[in-house]
Design a protein around this ligand. Structure first.
Ligand SMILES: Cc1cc2nc3c(=O)[nH]c(=O)nc-3n(C[C@H](O)[C@H](O)[C@H](O)COP(=O)(O)OP(=O)(O)OC[C@H]3O[C@@H](n4cnc5c(N)ncnc54)[C@H](O)[C@@H]3O)c2cc1C
Length: 325
């Protein structure tokens, strides 16, 4: 029987594990991919918007070459920290289901095709949001040239590419694509970029649009994607945009199925779990950490503030143990 199992080895799960270690526990982390799996799947050329001190965990400094860490530096940092704190991580072991018994949790997983069940007194769900893209729910969205994730621009050099969306991911991708001289068209339903677009990137995209390197359709919505076009409408007028590749950068949302099936209660009409000051859900001894807590509003929690959840959880678990003794 484990004292604590943590589901998810992202920055917030790792931070929780380190805080628990400092409190005297040795939690087991079950991770469906590799350490910092979401960051591993970010665009290869991505740079964090946070300075390194804002995303470091366990009070260990995060040294970087430039002012903002790169994806590669992030991966190295979180990996080295896992080694340094000797965290017990089982990678490539997705959790399929949580069963709640009166005294403990059963955590059902699959490892290399085989079912395995773990038992734990406490459970922390820190499964993030990057595994589930917001769908447009339009015809053609499932075609093979339509993507919700982006790796790098090189394969799209010189091609007609449509980027749907206007937030940070869409802007970064449109710029990267323009640097390899893809023929980039952005389609965005709003009339301007929002204030959340990184201050140092906004002038770059505005200049790319002004110079025609990126073609922009404001207040435009997508109706359908075909093999070679994106069908849109703008203020009642319908037209087509040629597209050999489409990046629908419409954001991501937490998959809360594990929590729902475990019987956790949610705020009405939402996927925001109800939890206490100490991050405990309505199922006793089941905690949440990181971006999984924010439902559709994923911009409310990120590494900067989600990394703080672990301290609260470690304190609560320790306090409850003292009371039980
Ligand atoms: C391009 C980009 C740039 C960003 N830049 C910044 C930044 O500069 N600063 C900042 O603070 N935030 C930034 N963010 C947001 C930040 O990355 C997320 O908020 C952060 O990853 C949340 O951490 P987390 O540990 O809650 O979730 P995640 O990092 O998503 O980790 C969740 C983990 O759980 C695993 N998992 C999921 N389901 C299961 C399952 N069933 N079984 C086992 N494991 C599972 C996943 O594989 C993953 O490893 C950025 C996001 C993006 C997309």
């Amino acid at each position: 029987m484990e004292d604590v199992i943590i589901i998810g080895a992202g920055p917030c799960g790792l931070s929780t594990a380190i805080e628990l270690k400092k409190t005297g526990y040795n939690p087991l982390i079950l991770e469906k991919g590799c350490i910092a799996n979401s960051i591993y799947h970010f665009p290869l050329g991505m740079t964090f918007f946070s300075s390194p001190d804002k995303i470091e965990i366990g009070d260990v400094p995060f040294p970087t070459v430039h002012e903002k860490p790169t994806r590669q530096e992030g991966l190295t940092y979180y990996r080295r920290l896992s080694e340094h704190f000797q965290l017990r991580i089982h990678p490539y072991q997705p959790v399929d289901c949580i069963k709640v018994s009166p005294q403990h949790f059963e955590v059902w997983t699959t490892y290399r095709g085989k079912k395995q069940i773990f038992h734990s007194k406490n459970l922390v769900v820190s499964t993030g949001y990057y595994g589930k893209a917001n769908l447009l729910n339009i015809p053609g969205e499932g075609l093979p040239h339509v993507n919700h994730y982006f790796r790098e621009a090189h394969p799209y050099a010189g091609r007609n590419v449509v980027v749907i969306g206007g937030k940070n991911s869409a802007v970064d991708i449109a710029l990267e694509l323009s640097y390899v001289r893809a023929k980039v068209t952005m389609v965005y339903r709003k009339s301007t970029f929002q204030s959340s677009v990184k201050a140092w990137v906004k002038p770059l995209i505005e200049s790319a649009i002004a110079s025609g390197k990126v073609k922009m359709f404001w207040q435009t919505e997508v109706d359908e994607i075909t093999e070679d076009e994106v069908l849109v409408h703008q203020q009642g007028e319908k037209f087509q945009i040629p597209a050999e590749f489409v990046f629908a950068m419409t954001g991501y949302r937490p998959d809360v199925t594990l929590l729902q099936r475990a019987g956790v209660q949610f705020h009405p009409q939402s996927t925001v779990p109800i939890f206490s000051e100490s991050m405990e859900t309505t199922v006793p001894n089941l905690y949440v950490a990181g971006v999984v807590i924010c439902g559709d509003e994923t911009s409310k929690v990120f590494i900067e503030n989600g990394r703080l959840h672990g301290k609260k959880i470690a304190k609560a678990i320790k306090q409850r143990e003292k009371i039980m003794d």
